[in-house]
Structure formats: C-alpha cells, structure tokens
Design a protein around this ligand. Sequence first.
Ligand SMILES: [Zn+2]
Length: 303
Amino acid sequence: MQTKKISIFLILLLAVSILGGCAGNKTSGVTATEKKSFTIVTSFYPMYVSTLNVARDIASVQVINMTKPQTGCLHDYQLTPQDLVTLESADAFVVNGAGMEAFLNDVISRQKNLKIIEASRGITLLRDPSGEYNPHVWVSITDAIAQVRNIAGQLSAVNAENAKKYESNANIYIAKLEALKTKMHASMAHIKTRDIITFHEAFPYFAQEFNLHIAAVIERDPGTAPTMKELAAIIDMVNKSKVKVLFAEPQYSPSSARTIAAETGAKIYSLDPAVQAVTDGNAYNEYINVMETNLISLKEALG
Ligand SMILES: [Zn+2]
C-alpha cells in the first residue's frame, strides 16, 4: 500500500515536472528577460521603505534590506560577513548617499558590476557645524519625494524592462507623500513656537522644510553622550532662552534629555526620524505613519 502511494506520487511528480518544463521552454523563447529575477538590496530601512513602494507588485523584482529593520542610521556602520553575502546576490544597491554609507567605496571595489542607486543624487545637501554633509535627507518630505524619484529613475535605467512599473509605482507613492506634506504644512502653519532642541543631528532637513529653528543639538554623534561641560552649556542656553521644547528620538536613551528637562523645566516630546521599523509587517506605509505621529507630537509641543 505504502509502495503504491509512493509510486503514484512519483508519477505525478514526473508529470508535473514534464509539464512545467514544457511551459518553461515556451515562455523562455518569447520573453527570456522577463523571467529573470532582479534583486535590489537597500542599505537601511528608509531606503527599504521607499524602494519597496517603487518596486511594488513587480513579480520579477525582489527587494531585500541589507540591515535589520531596527539598525537605525548607518553612522560608523561596519559591513558584516552576512552583508557581503546579501550584496553578492544584488543586481542593484540602493543607498542614501550623502555620506551615510561610509562603507560604499569598499562595496564598489569588491563588486565592480553592481549598479549603485544613489537616492540623494542632485538634492541640495545641508552641512553640519563640523562642515560635513548631513546625510538625513529623507527626514524632509520634499527631499523624501525627490529620493523616490531618484530611486525610480535610476532603477528604470538599469532595469529597463520594468521602467514603466517603477515610474507608475513611484507616482502613486509620491501622491501619498504630497498629501502628507500638504497636511503637515497646513497643520504647522500657525504653531506658536518654532525653536526646538533635538537629540541628534537628524532634523536639519525636516526643520528647513517646516521652518523650525534648531536651537541646540544634544548629541552631535549618536550614541555619544554630551560631556558635563556640553550639558551645562545646553542647560544654560535653555534657561536663558525661550526654548522649552526638547525632542528626544525613540532610538536613543533619553537620559541627557531628562537631565536638561529637570534642570530647566523644558518638556520632552518624541520626534522620530523614520529610520527604523516601528510596526511589524506592513513596511509600505511606515514612513507616512511615523510622520503622522510626528505631526501629533509637534502640534502638542509647539502649540
Ligand atoms: Zn542619523
């Protein structure tokens, strides 16, 4: 009985593979290029969300994020052996650029044929007080839209067979981002305070977009707590000025912010640079959802 079951199974398997083989030969003769899958690797979460939207519902295209959804910014990030394996599978590598991926030259020298898609290309970059370019381009919605256009345009150039789909997907996503931008500008047109203190140097593009003034940045280098002297200077500045709003980021420990708040009476609010996954599952709307939450926080903080 058991043997009979197995042999029926084997016959079925053989039949399926023969039929499958025939069907495969038929299509490969006509559309050989369409059958080939195209793998896009993204450097970190914001690039993943934008690229996922651009490559939405294209059967032959897969999008893989090189880093974990919780990695956050790639300041000082070192490539892992697993990253190198992931990159080996890539036809295109979507990066933020503007100095965020310090390891990029290393990748280019290892994989000379890899197509690099640079999301920040052509976008006017802001400089930090240190003189270096600030890479947090996507935190401005206007620049996030420009990045989506860049990603779609450059992907279309290297994977022409899907160009139409990339462009139409980009247009659909950009329409959502434009609606978000309009809503945020309308909501923030009449806020009372425009001076804010932020946690790390993630918000200059956002502040520029919404006409906010960043009076101080608590940690210039993420993960590096301010020295006692720097902390004292910020406390002094907050006490002397009208700035009573601190924006901590969910990604970092708020201990310095708490100290400043305790010493000055300033209040701590949350502002998220949309650099990590917040929810499980649906990554498509993650950027928009985070900005909607930021808007609630900003309205509460700035009146
Ligand atoms: Zn950062």
